[in-house]
Design a protein around this ligand. Structure first.
Ligand SMILES: *[C@@H]1O[C@H](CO)[C@@H](O)[C@H](O)[C@H]1NC(C)=O
Ligand SMILES: *[C@@H]1O[C@H](CO)[C@@H](O)[C@H](O)[C@H]1NC(C)=O
Ligand SMILES: *[C@@H]1O[C@H](CO)[C@@H](O)[C@H](O)[C@H]1NC(C)=O
Length: 257
């Protein structure tokens, strides 16, 4: 597949995920309901975000297909089975691209070895760069407005990196008054040394579309909320190689007067 086709495929894949606003969300808590979204998602035309996006959506089913098949088939049989199981030709196409990179035996081995960690998988597949002497320091974290009624909050943070960063993620975790965890993670592609900032929009109000059969619905009760931001090499909390928490920082905001 020529590189110029990838942006289109990535765009389709992103839309197919059903969360077009959260293009880099790797994992979202069930209660988010689209509440946390990046203000300016960056769409890259390289294979790393494609691989991560694909793997975040499909590695679970892919592992099931591989374990149930018993024998290693071809990239075609595995990826067709994935397309059928998910009802998504786009996922099937992305699967074929990635499987062809490694060859079917290596691809299957990596799916099993990655233990559902998309970043580690894509690094082992050599579609995402590995860099283990990276660093990041969160120099500022603010929520605005810090106090006020239910409604929109902006969570902004700055970070600085002396050596640059490896392929990883940043994660926002909110400790809520009713104890329902709200969190979201976003791919952080390997970056050169420099200063960076990110802003997330949080809808700190009950989501009218929240489906209580899918998990508890956050009520955003009056009180004190703790926001924790973590920047990591690899997946935050992962035990795999090339994984490390670079830094984390907390702040609070209040719903009420
Ligand atoms: C940053 O790079 C320098 C020079 O290569 C190295 O000595 C240092 O250990 C690196 N920092 C980290 C956090 O790995
Ligand atoms: C955030 O980073 C962008 C570049 O990515 C820069 O243009 C902007 O000035 C920065 N904003 C702040 C508040 O530092
Ligand atoms: C919120 O909780 C934090 C941590 O317990 C505390 O430091 C802060 O003063 C509290 N803020 C308000 C406005 O109560």
């Amino acid at each position: 597949m020529e590189k110029r086709f990838l942006p289109l495929l990535f765009a389709v894949l992103t839309l197919a995920s059903g969360m077009p606003d959260v293009q880099h969300a790797l994992r979202s808590g069930p209660v988010l309901g689209g509440g946390v979204m990046p203000m300016a998602p960056k769409v890259e035309a390289d294979l790393c975000p494609l691989c991560i996006q694909f793997t975040s959506q499909a590695i679970n089913q892919l592992l099931n297909i591989i374990l149930n098949a018993g024998v290693v088939g071809t990239c075609g049989t595995i990826c067709n089975a994935l397309a059928q199981k998910t009802g998504s030709q786009v996922l099937g196409a992305a699967c074929n691209i990635l499987c062809d990179i490694a060859g079917v035996e290596e691809f299957v081995k990596l799916v099993e070895k990655a233990d559902l960690d998309p970043i580690y998988f894509c690094e082992e597949l050599k579609t995402c760069p590995v860099f283990d002497s990276g660093d990041a320091l969160i120099t500022k974290l603010v929520v605005t407005p810090a106090t006020g009624p239910q409604g929109e909050r902006l969570i902004s943070f700055d970070f600085a990196s002396k050596n640059g960063t490896g392929t990883g993620e940043w994660r926002v975790y909110i400790q809520t008054v009713d104890g329902i965890p709200v969190e979201s993670s976003f791919l952080q592609e390997s970056q050169p040394p420099g200063s960076y900032n990110e802003t997330l929009k949080l809808k700190a109000e009950p989501d009218p579309n929240c489906d209580p059969t899918q998990g508890p619905c956050e009520q955003w009760l009056p009180g004190n909320y703790t926001v924790e931001v973590e920047i990591c090499n690899g997946e935050c909390g992962s035990k795999h190689p090339h994984s490390q928490v670079y830094d984390k920082k907390q702040t609070t905001f209040v719903i009420g007067n």
